[in-house]
Write a protein that binds this ligand. Structure first.
Ligand code: 0RA
Length: 652
């Protein structure tokens, strides 16, 4: 359809079609409107957008293999073995269908009649957006025995589609280099992309996704490379998330149906932890704010388990009420629905709004889980026992929690004795350092800017919340101090686990520990606590890790702090003419080895420090990792911190 036709056709005069009229110039003018933002997130979003189109091709039944490469020059290649985007001439437009798909907003699915787009990126913007935001894009098509290609610069074709040879394959390969005029960073992170590929593999059983990093060689000379493929889909996803947890039932409960035309897939298992780990997806998009599918799941679960427990007289002796939360303690589940016309709501547009989906999922769960419980009385008893245990523990936790709430300052009083508070009351400007040990805490107190920096020393290792019952967590003095100091409270009258952060006293919460193995373990313990008990603070970007230097290098009067070996080598080059022995290196093992002034200038002062922000790119992957980290192995723990705490001099 030509642009003119759209204008003249009253029927198609919808907001969606008006957008079709906009050229790609609109995307370049307001990129954030189309891909969320122009930072690291948006940069990676470009890849998801292209891959989602390949997934659509796979879900339509035409594609089995998707490959992604990060190239040496920073570009990315996404390749599939689908039908290939059509290249035939579009008579009225006077250009190829391929060019239309790549240069017209929302034109991606125009040829796909009948089948609705189940995948599609968060904003469903299509590959034309990726094209608009790329300095260079090359598309290569194999179709009808021939190969074709076309190149673009910032969305504009450099030449018409050209035939390049013959082939017996079919498929689409897109290579693009994001535009430095648009993005604030151009560096692709392997782990971020790999996490998404893994997620997509679990969500779409039977599709293989390969990820290769051409920038990184393994020891044997091969390129860093992983294949993500799942035969069993969500049940394997649940196994992956719970890899380090102890299951209470042997088999994952796996439901796959289509109800009133809506495909629903659910996998769930109970483990012996106290955490609820329910992840939900709509059209392969992680709905981190939940929505109607999650509501339906919870209702179905509560109703079915409660009815089963009552009917089998297992609750007769129980004197306390069971709440909805109790049915989900130790539950790990993934819910994936495909909705033809999803309505996304909420702050980050990741909350499903379609009301009809509540009933769809609730009925699905009720029927399938009801049937499962009848068929598996042994497992059913284990699950109900776990629910009863959760209800009992919740009553104990409530008492401990009330203790926390009483101590939470209502009007500025009652702060923990160990807290050295700052004088400003403007939370946006205020920071709190959670410092390992009283001695480093003392140094930090001396070195801080007391106007806006507060210090809370923590005694050594805080409780491992991954292993402790919730009421034990609330009984821990160190943890109560964190709640009280931050001004954060939990669970009011209705006895939920809802976190109240409206009175948060600091917008930067900075974990500051020694730069050694123990320190990194403490970082992880504290991050785990925040992940499980104060997740919104991480989601809103309030949690950071301080980054103390590893060395102080000296040559005569010249001194320089170094954060890594490369920086130290550079100092040796510059001031010792490459001679290691001409340089004096002081290795800092702990914060305590620095005096107040050194600690302040290297690690605390916003002018000079480097903070690492803790982010959750992928909640399911983080879940897997946090449960894994709590084991004895130090290796993966460090890797995690490196990969997930983004380095950024956020003060600069
Ligand atoms: C438009 C129409 C058809 C397929 C595609 C686009 C398509 C797009 C992408 C993007 C990445 N991989 C892709 N594979 C296919 C239908 C083609 C037909 O009817 O033969």
């Amino acid at each position: 359809m030509s642009e003119e036709e759209i204008v003249n056709n009253e029927q198609s005069y919808s907001a969606k079609n008006i957008q079709v009229l906009e050229g790609l110039e609109a995307v370049r003018k307001r990129p954030a409107m189309y891909i969320g933002d122009t930072s690291e997130k948006g940069l990676h979003h470009l890849v998801y957008e292209v891959v989602d189109n390949c997934i659509d091709e796979a879900l339509a039944g035409y594609c089995s293999d998707i490959k992604v490469w990060i190239n040496e020059d920073g570009s990315v290649t996404v390749s599939d073995n689908g039908r290939g985007i059509p290249v035939d001439m579009h008579e009225k437009e006077g250009r190829s269908a391929l060019e239309v798909v790549l240069t017209v907003l929302h034109a991606g699915g125009k040829f796909d009649k009948g089948s609705y787009k189940v995948s599609g990126g968060l904003h469903g913007v299509g590959v034309s957006c990726v094209n608009a935001l790329s300095d260079r894009l090359l598309v290569q098509i194999s179709r009808d025995g021939k190969s074709y290609e076309q190149e673009y610069h910032r969305g504009k074709p450099l030449y018409p589609v050209k035939e390049t040879g013959t082939t017996d394959q079919t498929g689409t390969t897109i290579t693009f280099k994001p535009d430095s005029e648009i993005f604030t960073t151009l560096e692709y992170k392997y782990d971020i992309l790999a996490n998404r590929m893994r997620e997509l593999a679990y969500l779409n059983a039977g599709i293989s996704l390969t990820m290769t990093d051409r920038r990184v060689k393994n020891e044997d000379g091969s390129l860093k490379n992983e294949l993500f493929y799942s035969e069993l889909g969500l049940s394997e996803f649940v196994r992956f998330i719970d890899a380090s947890r102890e299951p209470l039932i042997e088999e994952v409960i796996h439901i796959t149906t289509e109800k009133y035309g809506t495909p629903v897939e659910i996998a769930m298992i109970y483990n012996n932890s106290y955490a609820e780990n329910v992840h939900s997806y709509v059209n392969n998009i992680n709905t981190i704010e939940g929505g109607t599918h999650l509501t339906g799941f919870r209702r179905g679960l509560t109703r079915t388990l409660k009815k089963y427990a009552e009917d089998s007289k297992m609750l007769d002796k129980l004197k306390i009420e069971i709440s909805g939360d109790d049915f989900r303690e130790g539950l790990t589940a993934v819910i994936s629905v495909k909705v033809a016309e999803p309505q996304f709501e909420g702050q980050t547009k990741t909350k499903l709004g379609n009301n009809e989906v509540i009933g769809v999922v609730e009925q699905t769960v009720s029927e399938a889980l009801g049937y499962y419980l009848e068929e598996h009385p042994k497992e059913a008893k284990v699950i109900v026992d776990k629910v009863i245990l959760a209800a009992t523990a919740r009553h104990a936790a409530r008492k401990a929690r009330e203790l926390v709430q009483r101590k939470t300052p209502l009007s500025g009083g009652g702060l923990p004795g160990k807290l050295a508070d700052c004088s400003s009351r403007d939370a946006q400007k205020c920071e709190i350092f959670l410092v390992e040990g009283d001695s480093a805490g003392g140094t930090a107190k001396q070195g801080r800017n007391r106007e806006f920096q507060a210090i809370l020393p923590l005694r050594g290792k805080i409780l491992n919340v991954e292993k402790a019952m919730p009421h034990k967590v609330f009984e821990s003095e160190e943890i109560r101090n964190i709640y009280t100091a931050l001004g954060v409270s939990i669970g009011t009258e209705d006895d939920t686990k809802e976190l109240n952060i409206s009175k948060l006293r600091y917008h930067k919460i900075i974990i500051m520990t020694d730069a050694d193995v123990d320190g990194s373990h403490i970082d992880t313990l504290i991050m785990t606590f925040f992940f499980r008990y104060m997740k919104p603070l991480i989601e809103q970007g309030y949690l950071y890790i301080a980054n103390p230097p590893l060395y102080l290098c000296k040559k005569g009067k010249t001194e320089e702090y170094c954060w890594n070996e490369a920086q130290r080598q550079r100092f040796i080059e510059q001031y010792g003419s490459g001679n290691e022995n001409a340089i004096h290196t002081q290795r800092y093992k702990g914060l305590g080895e620095m005096n107040a002034e050194q600690l302040a200038s290297t690690t605390m002062d916003p002018e000079h420090r480097i903070l690492r922000q803790v982010t959750i790119e992928n909640a399911a992957a983080a879940d897997h990792i946090f449960s894994m980290l709590m084991g004895e192995d130090v290796g993966p723990r460090r890797d995690f911190i490196e990969a997930n705490a983004t380095y950024a001099n956020i003060d600069a």
